[in-house]
Design a protein around this ligand. Structure first.
Ligand code: DC
Length: 236
């Protein structure tokens, strides 16, 4: 079965998708990490992210692999672990123009579909329900207010954990900066020509602004008897 979870950055889709996958015994596929890996490779190789052809060439040259660990997922590119490097502010800046290049998307979508062919996947991103897996069994569009999303990112950056509810004091200036970056990226991701961020017509929309992590996970599980059965079977 295929579960598609789309939404803007900071909506909580990574933590939710990972938890749904864990509870239901499905493989978690973080497609944002794939675009980030291309952006990182461009920065490392000195490739101008405005040069669509050169960036597309880099994308075709990468072998991106995921390895699940107990609470986390490691990402490697051509054999080197890049899990931490793909989360830096430099990559954060470079990834929007990189992910707007149609030829890059073509390469990434083909890889994502290959992962889907093996079945039983929870994939999260921006275009999973609209482009990558339009026939997914379950489609969710997860959103939250920009303020709620900025707050979560700030907590995560400060070392808090949304899944466990572990929280930390956040710096107000840092949070303002995160909010400004989020709004800029939303605008870019939603207005680009190639696969803009938008909900699939048949996606269920969940607004997580006022919901706790467990409530969002339960809301996703409640969308499908198969997901519920899988979770119950594994819990017993
Ligand atoms: O989900 P994220 O923040 O890790 O995504 C990083 C960037 O990649 C973000 O700018 C949107 C883009 N992206 C995309 O265009 N399509 C996807 N399926 C996933 C991410």
């Amino acid at each position: 079965m295929i579960v598609a979870i789309d939404g803007p950055s900071g909506s909580g889709k990574s933590s939710v998708a990972r938890e749904v996958a864990r509870r239901c015994g499905l493989t978690y596929l973080d497609t944002g990490a794939m675009y980030r890996s291309v952006a990182l490779a461009c920065l490392e190789r000195g490739v101008d992210v405005g040069d669509a052809e050169a960036v597309a060439e880099v994308a075709r040259d990468l072998t991106i692999e995921f390895k699940s660990e107990k609470d986390a997922q490691r990402v490697s590119v051509n054999g080197a672990d890049v899990t931490d490097e793909i989360r830096t502010p430099e990559v954060e800046w470079a990834v929007s123009p990189v992910s707007a290049i149609p030829a890059v998307r073509e390469t990434m979508v083909a890889l994502q579909r290959q992962a889907g062919e093996r079945g039983d996947v929870v994939a999260e991103g921006r275009d999973i329900g609209t482009v990558v897996f339009p026939r997914a069994d379950v489609k969710v569009f997860l959103s939250a207010s920009p303020e709620a999303r900025a707050r979560r990112r700030a907590v995560q950056r400060g070392g808090g954990n949304l899944a466990t509810g572990e929280t930390v004091a956040v710096d107000a200036e840092a949070e303002r900066q995160i909010l400004a970056d989020l709004v800029r990226r939303d605008e870019y991701d939603s207005s680009r020509e190639a696969s803009p961020l938008r909900p699939a017509e048949d996606a269920t929309r969940i607004d997580s602004s006022e919901l706790g992590f467990e409530e969002v996970v339960d809301a996703v599980l409640s969308l499908s008897p198969e997901l519920r059965e899988r979770a119950e079977r594994r819990a017993s």
